[in-house]
Design a protein around this ligand. Structure first.
Ligand code: C2E
Ligand code: CA
Ligand code: CA
Ligand code: CA
Length: 277
């Protein structure tokens, strides 16, 4: 049985419904994709409100599927998370993004590179070693790397604090992603050695109107600043949103107003345009 290729025998398991079979097929495909190098990292700029310059890039994975074309992360990251494949995939993203960051730095663009961590990675005992290895391998200085975590990953406050402290000792930055969608409170945030809050795009979307969400944003920004955290607004799509956030002293913006996530070569062109215009 162990010698059989693929998972064909399981087709006859009466317990297995089609959903479970889909998941197995997906796991198989993801494993192959990693081996074949079908994943690709796109980059989306972080723009500084004061200088209007690109100061960083978020690494966002895509799957260049041979038949299905470019597959967005939300269609496969949850499966990768479920199966644990997110650990090697996440490690690949980390090393790829650090290498790219180093290359841009050598070209005269010292950007901060944001890399998303999944909760599975955050639970890995050797996460710190993995991050350290990626930095050493690529030569990227730790202060140019920012790891993005989410509130739901930090339920175990004591353990999270321990892990974040170790990561901070490496010299990397920590950003709290999708802020406002979880359960965090001010006191809770103070417990962690964070550098940045990223305001979730659901709050940014309505900032041009006088809605509940738009009232929340200034509060988050001033709270974050009181805690000495930098603030990035996600999902900035319109000049009105940009102006509103600017007036609220938000530090950085990310969103389609500047650029969608793009392949590294295209991002390099954005960097060059911003240098000469
Ligand atoms: P995220 O970390 O919150 O990333 C921001 C998402 O918002 C990206 O979607 C980006 O394309 C999208 N976005 C940026 N600006 C705008 C805008 O102006 N309007 C709108 N409507 N959307 C905007 P994407 O690339 O599809 O990624 C979705 C999620 O997948 C990410 O959300 C992140 O949670 C996850 N993800 C992506 N890459 C990785 C990775 O390498 N590892 C892990 N663990 N998760 C990843
Ligand atoms: Ca993110
Ligand atoms: Ca986010
Ligand atoms: Ca999000």
């Amino acid at each position: 049985r162990a010698k059989e290729s693929g998972n064909s025998y399981r087709l006859f398991d009466p317990q297995m419904d089609s959903e479970a079979f889909d998941k197995m097929a997906m796991e198989h495909d993801l494993r192959k994709a990693l081996e074949r190098g079908e994943f690709i990292v796109y980059y989306q700029p972080y723009v500084d409100f004061r200088t209007r310059r690109i100061v960083g890039a978020e690494a966002l994975i895509r799957w260049q599927h041979p038949e299905r074309g470019l597959v967005p992360p939300l269609q496969f990251i949850p499966f990768a998370e479920e199966t644990g494949l997110i650990v090697p995939i996440g490690d690949w993203v980390l090393r790829t993004a650090c290498a790219q960051g180093k290359q841009w730095q050598e070209q005269g663009f010292p950007l901060r590179i944001g890399v998303n961590l999944s909760s599975r990675q955050f639970q890995q005992e050797d996460l710190v070693e993995m991050v350290q290895a990626a930095l050493q391998e690529t030569g990227l200085e730790p202060e140019h790397l920012e790891l993005e975590i989410t509130e739901s990953m930090t339920m175990d406050v004591e353990r999270s604090n321990e892990m974040l402290t170790k990561l901070k000792q490496l010299g990397v930055r920590i950003g709290m992603d999708d802020f406002g969608t979880g359960y965090s409170s001010l006191s809770y945030l103070q417990k962690f050695p964070l550098d940045r809050l990223k305001i979730d795009q659901s709050f940014v979307r309505d900032t041009h109107m006088l809605t509940h969400e738009s009232a929340i944003v200034p509060t988050i920004i001033s709270m974050a600043h009181n805690l000495k955290l930098h603030v990035t607004a996600e999902g900035v799509e319109t000049p009105e949103q940009f102006a509103f956030l600017d007036a609220q002293l938000c530090d950085e913006a990310q969103g389609y107003l500047f650029s969608q996530p793009v392949p590294a070569e295209q991002f390099s062109k954005l960097l060059e345009e911003r240098m000469t215009h």
